[in-house]
Write a protein that binds this ligand. Structure first.
Ligand SMILES: C[S@@+](CC[C@H](N)C(=O)[O-])C[C@H]1O[C@@H](n2cnc3c(N)ncnc32)[C@H](O)[C@@H]1O
Length: 701
């Protein structure tokens, strides 16, 4: 360890000389030899307490300073150290480990514009791309909305050459980099969120599996006693607590009687559509009117040597362990991030449960376990391995939190897109979670592509890519936030709190109602303005014959219109439009605009190029020609068996291809058109209910 101690030797010598004292004079006063004093003056010998006080009275430098220079703590600090060692250790680590993680904000290898061979272009790319989420790249670390690399690959193949640099300015988990590396392309990835940068970097940087394993063993040795203490009850040292089910206890607003929510759910008595019936006074209340009192463990799930997990009511010894951990200080760095109504994903129920800081999303036991684990990881000296371990760490942070909902059949997972804490939840053994995630991460690195291509990841806003020169990027892939569907800064808050770095939400491109304008709140117009700036940066860095691919979906036509305006303002235009079927509803697509939920499994992938001629003048006040809309609907109805969202997406595809406005194009509007054109919805799919010539007013045969 290097020393940063202030050294007083020179000052002592200068003062002695200024006071006209010889080495002999000082040596005599201190009762030491001349040599001893000259060693003190060259900082080679520390003063004792007594010598420091004597010397202070001779040369006038405070004894405290002389002692600090000698590496000794002042008395008051020493007393605190003795009386609150855990607190002191925690606060020192709090400072020392706060900045354990840092990310670049610029590229180091700046791309240049070099002559390139012609690329195939987007016309040969399939109009519909279907992908699944099963590849191993998906399992190592979650992200709120991943575009699978398989969806990006056809674009990379058609629009770039091996050795080219592909840019993704909203890189999220970095799947564009994963697709690029697999095809021998370099990539520059950028995201505003430090969590996204962390995930992107790890998905896109090779790591030695052997080194990772060795580091994992060291971390295990460092935390094993803590983990054992946290998850083993004294009476059953052979049993490991794998997870614990917790339940809220509520107070009835009428009679003030307390009820364990678990008991109600288990008996299924007292909970129905009308509300919750109090077992004490039989009054019926809405769940939100019940007063949260506390939480309580209701089941323990243990393993002993084998993989079989056995469940039982918590034993006294297990309850004692929880109480012991609750009363024990955590001597490690813990996140220090407030969580309140200024966050879009904050709910009154968080306050009711006394969650006002991110660390309160964890039980004390899991907070302690995560803090010990993070401490062991950041102590690792080798940067790549340390980051890879942090990757496995953040991969289990959400699961280790109180957000893991109880499920009657079996534990499923944490619900994304919300920070909701359910009244029944699981508290997982952090070490077991981490081991499993570390194994996934190790598997990922074992199959990392061998290539000369490189991915650079930076942490900056898409609205300012000034570190990339003009016209140097042959292909851009971008999947920006879809209006107000996901609040990324909030969704990533648990990861970022543990990384010690938060998203600069004032720059976040999102429609945000809860924050005031000063706090980063943004209207739809602000969103459109930021998108225009981002697309303008894309247009600036895109080479003259390059293509940008925009992934987008939104059920609100007003959001689409902002996107259309931003594309036009940036000097870009649509080349081709493709439908991406991710196979399951993305949460981005779940919210509707009519208040009721409309679910789509489809996104659009729009290729954009520099606009050659004058901009098409969009009239966003007037809907696109009926003939185009009804033509697309009719084709779907004729083909038969399409869901509303499929027809809706096809209409959008048609209108975007023709550079027409999407005004009025919503799922309910398309369903109405289907019905008007003679369609009927059978089992969720539209078919013609009768020969359309007799009913339809569409006449374009
Ligand atoms: C739809 S996600 C991208 C997901 C990504 N395609 C993936 O596969 O994981 C949108 C991303 O935009 C980021 N973002 C929001 N505002 C931004 C800004 N001003 N600059 C850069 N990134 C921003 C969010 O942090 C989020 O990661």
């Amino acid at each position: 360890m290097t020393t940063k101690n202030w050294a007083a030797g020179c000052t002592i010598r200068a003062r002695r000389a200024a006071l006209g004292l010889s080495l002999d004079d000082v040596a005599h006063a201190l009762g030491v030899s001349k040599t001893y004093v000259s060693y003190v003056e060259s900082d080679e010998r520390p003063l004792t307490d007594e010598q420091a006080h004597k010397l202070s009275s001779i040369i006038g430098i405070p004894a405290d300073l002389l002692l600090l220079s000698a590496g000794r703590l002042p008395d008051d600090v020493r007393q605190i150290l003795v009386s609150d060692t855990a607190g002191v250790a925690a606060s020192i680590r709090q400072q020392k480990e706060q900045h354990a993680v840092e990310y670049p904000t610029t590229v180091t290898a700046v791309p240049t514009s070099t002559p390139r061979a012609r690329v195939a272009g987007p016309l040969g790319i399939p109009k519909r791309i279907a992908v699944t989420k099963t590849k191993s790249a998906y399992r190592a670390h979650s992200y709120h909305t991943k575009v699978p690399p398989e969806a990006i690959t056809p674009f990379i193949e058609a629009l770039s050459q091996p050795g080219d640099t592909v840019l993704d300015l909203f890189s999220g988990s970095g799947m564009t980099g994963v697709a690029a590396l697999a095809r021998g392309r370099n990539a520059i990835l950028s995201d505003l969120s430090p969590a996204a940068v962390h995930i992107s970097r790890n998905y896109n940087t090779a790591c030695s599996v052997a080194e990772f394993r060795l580091a994992l063993d060291r971390v295990e040795r460092a935390v094993s006693s803590t983990m054992r203490w946290l998850y083993t009850a004294v009476t059953h040292p052979e049993r490991k607590i794998e997870y614990t089910t917790w339940s809220d206890v509520f107070q009835c607003p009428e009679c003030s009687g307390n009820t364990l929510y678990w008991d109600m759910v288990q008996s299924s008595v007292g909970i129905d559509a009308k509300g919750i019936t109090c077992p004490h006074c039989s009054s019926v209340s809405r769940k939100t009117d019940l007063v949260w009192v506390r939480e309580q463990p209701v089941q323990t799930h243990v393993s002993a040597g084998s993989n079989r997990i056995q469940s039982h009511d918590p034993t006294q010894s297990e309850l004692d362990l929880i109480a012991e951990v609750d009363a024990t200080p955590i001597p490690y760095w813990v996140p220090n991030v407030p969580f309140g109504p200024e966050r879009e994903m904050w709910r009154a129920s968080h306050l009711a449960m006394q969650i006002t800081e991110v660390k309160q999303f964890f039980t004390k036991r899991n907070l302690h376990a995560l803090a010990a684990l993070r401490h062991a990881i950041v102590a690792e000296s080798e940067g790549r391995v340390r980051e890879a371990l942090m990757f496995a760490f953040t991969a289990c942070v959400n699961r280790a939190s109180r957000r893991y909902q109880w499920n009657a059949k079996r534990p499923t997972n944490v619900m994304t897109g919300t920070l909701y804490v359910s009244s029944l939840r699981y508290e997982w053994n952090v070490w077991s979670l981490f081991r499993r995630k570390a194994a996934d991460v190790e598997r990922y690195f074992a199959t990392f592509p061998v290539t000369d291509a490189r991915v650079q990841v930076m942490n900056r806003s898409a609205t300012d890519l000034s570190c990339i020169p003009d016209a140097t990027i042959p292909m851009v892939f971008m999947d920006p936030p879809f209006g107000s569907n996901i609040f990324y800064a909030d969704s990533s808050i648990l990861w970022e709190a543990w990384l010690g770095l938060l998203t600069d939400h004032t720059e976040e491109i999102v429609v945000n109602k809860s924050r005031g304008r000063v706090g980063g709140g943004k209207t739809l117009g602000d969103y459109g303005g930021l998108m225009t700036r981002a697309f303008s940066e894309v247009s600036r860095v895109l080479s003259p014959d390059g293509y940008a691919v925009l992934a987008f979906s939104n059920s609100d036509d007003k959001v689409w219109i902002e996107i259309q305006k931003a594309i036009a303002a940036a000097g870009l235009e649509t080349a081709t439009v493709h439908i991406l079927d991710k196979g399951q509803p993305s949460i981005k697509g779940v919210k509707g605009v009519t208040g009721k939920e409309t679910v789509t499994t489809l996104d659009l992938l729009i290729t954009l190029k520099h606009r050659r001629g004058l901009p098409k003048v969009f009239d966003h006040e007037r809907a696109a020609p009926n003939v185009l809309i009804e033509g697309a609907v009719t084709v779907c109805l004729k083909n038969g068996g399409c869901r509303t969202d499929e027809i809706y997406t096809t209409v959008i595809q048609t209108l975007l291809t023709c550079n027409e406005t999407l005004l009025g194009i919503t799922m309910p509007a398309i369903a109405a058109r289907c019905a008007k054109l003679g369609g009927a919805e059978v089992d969720g799919k539209w078919v013609f209910s009768y020969p359309r010539e007799t009913k339809s007013d569409y006449s374009d045969d």
